[in-house]
Design a protein around this ligand. Sequence first.
Ligand code: PLP
Length: 447
Amino acid sequence: MVMSNLKSIDKEENWGIGTKCIQSGYRPGIGEARVLPIYQSTTYKYEDLDQVERLFSLQESGNKYSRTGNPTLNALEAKVAALEGGVGALTTASGQAAVFLAISTIVQAGDHIVASNAIYGGTYTLLDVRLRKLGIETTFVDPEAPIEELRKAFKPNTKIVYGETLGNPALGILDFDKFSALAKEFDVPFLVDNTLATPFLSKPIKHGADIVIHSGTKYMDGHAVALGGIIVDGGTYNWANGKFPDFVEPDEQYANTSYTGKFGNKAFITKARAQYLRDYGPVLSPINAFLINLGLESLHLRVPRHSDNALKLAKFLQNNEAVNWVNYPGLEDNKNHERVKKYFDYDGASGVLTFGLKGGRQAIKTFFASLKVAALVVHVGDARTSVLHPATSTHSQMSPEDRLKAGIPEDMIRVSVGIEDADDIIADFEQAIAKAVNVGETEQIAG
Ligand SMILES: *Cc1c(COP(=O)(O)O)cnc(C)c1O
């Protein structure tokens, strides 16, 4: 009898990513619902006054009120923590709320952040405008600058170093070794937004991140139906190093509990829930937690398919004469391909690619109007192929010069390649590009 497989299957941490996607988080007992139930309840019944007292002083963990915990949300949190290899997680109403909550749990007025400039536009504005108004300064750095250059951005009051695994729309992959070395050198927590890569492609904690942030709205949901965010605590950072007194000193509102003292390597995620989710209130709804959890059940099938389809479309576009350039890190000749090999668990780079179409604005307009399978949508990660022209939408507030500096030329089209048949996606692009080329040529003759 061969027992070796039986032994390892007992432990959830030994499961493969597909088993975790489907079964981690919610583990029903006999006679209980096989599928994660939607606990559509704001309140919970208590045993007696003593239990209420224990719950409200953090001496006992449990659900008090759905703003700080709900069984459907808890199951999703446990699943994503398992997928990322963290010690705990916290869901929020949106990805944007997850970024804000993770940062506010760590910094206060007078503190400083070093952030990659190749990050999601919403996060850039949060750091550059909103947090500055609250007295929190951010220095943005070019993530490709040499380490000697990046060191200069750090100050005595720096409390966070921040980056994204796979940036959008520039599609650069973070140099984890360099950023985690800086985080260690300056002894600050390393926060990584892993939204586009998902834990299927890359697990930042393995590469030195302390905290991982997700917009669950993109590939986790995967069907464009629910907004949500998730913060995962790697349990790796030592908050008791003297820089973060709020983590160590007694919290008077919770019977003088010290987060590091009582919760050890879960100090961060406990503090985020007990203080910031409670007081700011951006809680995920149970139905959205259910939908994101349902999406996660096929993450390990969808992300490779998105990636394979994107690679096929990228190769087709590379060989099309009407295309100026193609950027997809999954392409062997892409400047980020080495990092796919180094930091990604799969030879692919999500469904997101960009390309430049010849022929000017009119050709681009005709291209968009001619698509039959893909649709013009401001979204990524959907099962359906989505396309966008950043210069007239997400980045239209910038001047053409600033856009170019941010790596967004006028001819750029962003594609979030879906999981339809690759042949159909390619045929759709082929016919739409052919129509665009005709218009572009007519325009040139007329001009
Ligand atoms: C979309 C996105 C966010 C914000 O998430 P929402 O769920 O839309 O609030 C944050 N980071 C990245 C990388 C994203 O793509």
